[in-house]
Design a protein around this ligand. Sequence first.
Ligand code: ASP
Length: 628
Amino acid sequence: MITSMTRTLAKDTINKIGEEITLQGWINGRRDHGKIMFLDLRDRTGLVQVVSTKELGDPRPEYCVEIVGLVKKRPDAMVNPKIATGIVEVEAKKITIISTSAELPFPIDSDGYDINEEIRSKYRYLDLRRPRLNRNLKLRSQMTTFIRNYLTNLDFVEVETPILTKTTPEGARDFLVPSRLQKGKFYALPQSPQQYKQLLMVAGLERYFQFPRCFRDEDPRRDRAYGEFTQLDLEMSFVTQDDILKLTEEMFTNLVKEVFPQKRITQTPWPRIPHKQAKSKYGSDKPDLRKNKNDKDELAFAWIIDFPLFTEQSEEDFYHGSGNAKFAPSHHMFTAPHLDDIPLLDSDPMKVRGLQHDLVLNGFEVGGGSIRIHQKDVQEKVFDLIGFSKKQKKQFEHMLTAFTYGVPPHGGIAPGLDRLLMAILGEPSVREVMAYPTSASGQTSVMDAPSEASEEQLKELGIAVAVQNKNKTGSIYDAIIEELKKQGIEFKNYEHKAVYTSQEAASVRNTDIHAGAKALVMYKDEAPVILVLPADMKVDTHTFKKIYKSRNLRMATKEEVEKITSVSIGAVPPFGHIFYIPIYMEKSLRDNERIVFNAGMHTRSIEMKESDYEKIAKPIVGEFALKA
Ligand code: ASP
């Protein structure tokens, strides 16, 4: 039973010396000194030490408790400068266990970076108890609050736009949602509110912002979560590009001062670098301009401007147009050409500069935007140049219609909130600043989506599932080939009779057994890893454990291998990153100029340069194997 209605927060105990108080929270730590016992109580404001005896109860770590006790000043010698309440402790009078806790699946007092992502994601609500993640969520909230206040003070109006909508392409694949009322038809989830915000300018709002969720069905990377992310989307009428850059720059400079006071901005005003110059001088359109890349408090913002309006259309630009045209928009199809260059749209489109601006921070593109086309004829011309079919043009007819009703010139920007926060904090992935990120393989946190729909649901939607995803092993092979192609890596693929041992494999492929890259799925301290070694070697467990400070290393069982990789044992490719598990590579694999391995199937092998392999698989390299 909870006894008291007046709760004291941990942080306020220092102002209550001599008073009896009631604390509520979790047991963060417990030190048993026989007769007496020290408990650290944690609530949303921090920690406070409680002194108790076992007679009052024996709560264990992460139990949720209520403690009534007397606040006492600690003797000088006992003050703990490491916690904010270190000058006091609470002498317990009564302990009520509100709920007990099972042993946690992983520690939460560390930064957690080395814990397997799958398990962190499954128990995300525990992972979020970790001080670092807890802090990240609070900073995220402070950041959006700051921005919301800042923009509303400048007359911006926050507007929500639909999630169930029609395609709004930003160059990625759409997520589709089937309609029940109009069977056979689909909504698309917005890749951004781009069209809606432009239509709000037609509506006369002049200044709009929101924190929209955007959905893009693209492969994840460390700076891009799979599926969805949040932007700070804004749009203004009657502005120049300079106005947009200035507003953003001022807002973020103030944001850093207020919310991240320990951070320093390298250079103000932020450099504005023409795209061409960025490419020639830094070899990148998102250069990292920090003076000291090891300084975690340095923030180097830069603008990249004067982008070409079009890039050459590639297979990946398929979603922009018919796939047959020569040009694809470098930003998106609503970006305005530089006024001086409009005549070039007819004569030499590749020379046209676009009024696009990208915001770069510490080597990450943290936002992009542009001045928009507001003339119907120019918009139509751009649709033609990017190869839109009649049908595709029809999908955007509403824009052309809207442009016949007095459109103000307008433009905006949309920094990615997750990526911005990741870059400011120097976190290794956007997933570290999202509450419930989707894993790299597209699995949602805690809840196991995507999952199958019931027969009734499908029937109601008028949908029949044609492809049962049974042949996953084939798709791993395809995924590897696709990745190698995408990265422009030279490789050779073989189809051969099914092989089950390294010897068999080497002989059907007619390759050296030492050049075979054997991938072993193992559990390192109960987290799955892949060890890659030449097929004529075996793992030296003792050495591996020593080098990588692990307590335990064991082979995964046949069932575990299939569960983790969906590939049958013996055919696992040395690409742990595809399954999102760490890869350790035995250094002597480097003896080979080329390596070869089974790629997801017993009947398929891929051969490639060893150096290329390391480039794409990014293994941790060490000496942990012996000649078998
Ligand atoms: N809609 C664009 C994007 O999501 C940003 C913009 O042009 O404002 O990248």
